[in-house]
Design a protein around this ligand. Structure first.
Ligand SMILES: [Zn+2]
Length: 287
């Protein structure tokens, strides 16, 4: 996504190792799972491994995963030359690729933050769903064909259950599971959302035990890993979260609270999905 955005804004996808070490490492920390891997190594994995499908090249060509050669040889990475030329002639397809990567890897609440972090406005990606047909117009090489295949296999094609949101809000008595917010406008919940514990994009099912009713703020903070939930249903607040105002510092008070709004006898969140959120989303350690 970083390379495609670079291509769209400057006409080249070239990224030096120095930039990648700085920018990509920060993005991985902000939007990836918590990890003890050093930042240079965390950036070196995707920077070198992205070559394996032929879309990405390194100059000079250095071994996989190793940080030292990247530093010593001032390596530059860029999209495969033919693909880059073709994407420059079809910038809407490059945008569509960024869109596909966003919607297949991040929860909807997180996508605007990811795009802002790589320098794109979410509104830019509000495209009609016709780019796949464009991709089939005759991409010039194998790399572009691979990109087209990826677009066709989009997991966003998976059907969403329209009943799921309703069931989740009902299961939590139309109130935020974390703070109890239950605002309504004209007898309809407002500012209240059904949140997937295991993200839909990562095979999270539309099951009631994979859902929480959360107010808009707590949904966002849950999806960004500020808030977590243990398997014994205690709220966790990430130690990485900081705030100055009383309103924001109120988040700290949620730490170790139990969920209060669940209907007696109703399905509790699945420990398996909670463990996925702990591993992949929550920014450990907790307070
Ligand atoms: Zn709330």
């Amino acid at each position: 996504m970083l390379a495609l955005t670079r291509l769209l804004s400057t006409g080249t996808s070239a990224l030096t190792w120095l930039e990648v070490h700085r920018k990509l490492a920060a993005l991985i920390t902000a939007f990836g799972p918590s990890s003890k891997t050093a930042s240079a190594q965390a950036a070196a994995y995707p920077f070198t491994r992205l070559r394996s499908d032929g879309l990405w090249t390194l100059i000079p060509d250095v071994p996989m995963d190793r940080v030292t050669p990247l530093q010593e040889q001032a390596v530059v990475g860029q999209l495969e030359a033919g693909l880059q030329v073709w994407l420059l002639a079809h910038p809407h397809v490059a945008l569509q690729a960024v869109h596909e990567l966003a919607v297949t890897n991040f929860a909807p609440t997180v996508i605007p933050d990811v795009l802002a972090a790589i320098g794109l406005d979410a509104d830019t990606l509000d495209l009609p769903g016709t780019a796949t047909a464009d991709l089939l117009d005759g991409p010039p090489n194998d790399a572009a064909t691979l990109l087209a295949d990826d677009a066709r296999r989009s997991p966003t094609d998976r059907k969403r259950s329209t009943a799921w949101r309703h069931q989740v809000l009902l299961a939590w008595d139309r109130a935020c599971a974390f703070c109890g917010y239950d605002g309504q406008l004209l007898n309809t919940p407002v500012g209240l959302e059904a949140a997937h514990i295991r993200w839909f994009q990562f095979s999270g099912p539309d099951d009631v035990d994979n859902g929480l009713a959360l107010c808009s703020l707590h949904h966002k903070l849950f999806d960004r890993g500020v808030l977590g939930l243990t398997t014994n249903l205690r709220v966790q607040v990430s130690a990485a979260f900081t705030a100055r105002s009383p309103a924001a510092r109120g988040i700290y008070a949620l730490h170790q609270q139990t969920l209060v709004q669940e209907r007696p006898g109703h399905t509790t969140p699945s420990p398996e999905h909670l463990r996925w959120h702990q591993r992949q989303i929550f920014k450990a350690p907790a307070l």
